[in-house]
Design a protein around this ligand. Sequence first.
Ligand code: DC
Length: 226
Amino acid sequence: MNTDHIPVITIDGPSASGKGTVAQKVAAKLGFHYLDSGALYRLVALAAMRSEVDLSDEKTLSEVAARLNVIFKDTEIRMDDENVADAIRSEACGNSASRIAAYPLVRTALLARQRAFRQLPGLVADGRDMGSVVFPEAALKIFLTASAETRAERRHKQLMEKGIDANIATLLQDIQERDARDSNRSVAPLQVGADTNFLDTTSLDITQAVNCVLQQYAEICAKGRA
Ligand code: DC
């Protein structure tokens, strides 16, 4: 089926930038579908860790990615019929996801699954390479970021609210290491493309960031380019 006419907004950015929250809210406002592509890499990491696959075995990891039996339903992410929405959010899963996401075979294995989210009336997709690789023809491409310190503080607050103890200095170090890995890998690195709008949320709250994206999309629609 040709999906070229279905509008896509991509929101790429580094870890803990708040892109997931912003993307979800933009999707809800527009009545669009939502793709959390990072969740797919986290699911591969979780499945691999559970079946004790060596995280340096690219070929087997790509098979795990191709075989993922997963259903996204509201806030639930069901893998092999177990809700793993919380399990994939652990720092361990995030770090393993960042490692395996550097493998071209794993990325290729997840490509069609991501593109299948492009359904009417539209899609908001968040990740690292949504605008550069997965949906290069997206109507609007955003690069959403904040300083590493601000992101560490936000992640710390989130974890404390969930009753999880965390240390800001360790979180900051993890974020910086993950940024370096996600930005410097040879395939689909995190980067700001020439056709991408940069949105720094260091001094913006969620509502301001959401409104900014919605306004940019409205301008594109008004020009008849969505
Ligand atoms: O957005 P996140 O923290 O849930 O993503 C987890 C890891 O997955 C991240 O460190 C890099 C990788 N990732 C990726 O390489 N490409 C994407 N489109 C999304 C995530």
